[in-house]
Design a protein around this ligand. Structure first.
Ligand SMILES: N[C@@H](CCC(=O)N[C@@H](CS)C(=O)NCC(=O)O)C(=O)O
Length: 211
């Protein structure tokens, strides 16, 4: 199988993909982009992702951008890790829903509210309203321990990270259900490893950009 080329900047949305790669236990080649130095905006990286955003991966002839697509691709590529319900499993439905809900409802709802932008008329808004979005996520996480109940999946890596930074930056209220879930995902060995390695990488990038 071709190597996985992974385009990453520390402490960003691509950190979750790094956690996923560690959870999958597969080798990958890390291409660390120093955002502080604007490396992601240069032509070399725009040739990988014209949006100049991380994460991105290249696997043979396949180039995947947009974090949910990257999670879906990788978790399906390594089914033996059991991080994606198979096509025929009923749990696949909730898995896909939460993967897509993240970018189509949660992020726009959280960012609009943070920037004090109205969602607009209900019929035109992809997420209806912020409170409904948070209520749906909370309902899904309340039985626990994971989004799919007893089963840990790639969706938890996406959501654990996202709820971590959005509650951490005060964009989402850190309720007991959300906080306990974030801690559950963060305390996994793969998350701890990536947090430590990203901290080192961020320090090196900071030094390079200011030196
Ligand atoms: N829609 C993209 C968003 C990715 C994204 O916003 N990544 C940020 C890092 S957290 C980024 O690359 N920012 C660089 C920039 O906008 O200059 C995805 O889901 O992958």
């Amino acid at each position: 199988m071709a190597d996985i080329e992974f385009y990453h900047s520390p402490n960003t949305r691509s950190s979750g993909v790094r956690v996923l790669l560690e959870e999958l236990g597969v080798p990958y080649r890390l291409h660390a982009l120093n955002m502080r130095a604007g490396e992601h905006l240069q032509d070399a990286y725009r040739a990988i992702n014209p949006m100049a955003k991380v994460p991105a991966i290249r696997h043979g002839d396949a180039l995947v951008t947009e974090q949910a697509a990257v999670y879906l691709y990788l978790a399906d590529l390594f089914p033996e890790a059991g991080l994606a319900p198979a096509l025929t499993e009923p749990a696949r439905a909730a898995y896909l829903r939460w993967m897509v809900f993240y970018g189509s409802c949660f992020e726009p709802a959280v960012i609009d509210r943070h920037l004090k932008r109205e969602p607009g008329p209900r019929a035109l808004s992809a997420y209806a309203d912020y409170d409904s979005v948070i209520a749906r996520v909370t309902e899904a996480l309340t039985p626990g321990p994971y989004l799919l109940g007893a089963r840990f999946s790639a969706a938890d890596i996406l959501w654990g990270g996202a709820l971590g930074w959005t509650t951490g930056f005060g964009l989402v209220e850190p309720t007991p259900v959300l906080t306990a879930y974030v801690e559950r995902i963060r305390s996994r060995p793969a998350s701890r490893k990536v947090a430590a390695e990203d901290a080192q990488l961020a320090e090196a990038h900071q030094a390079a950009a200011s030196g």
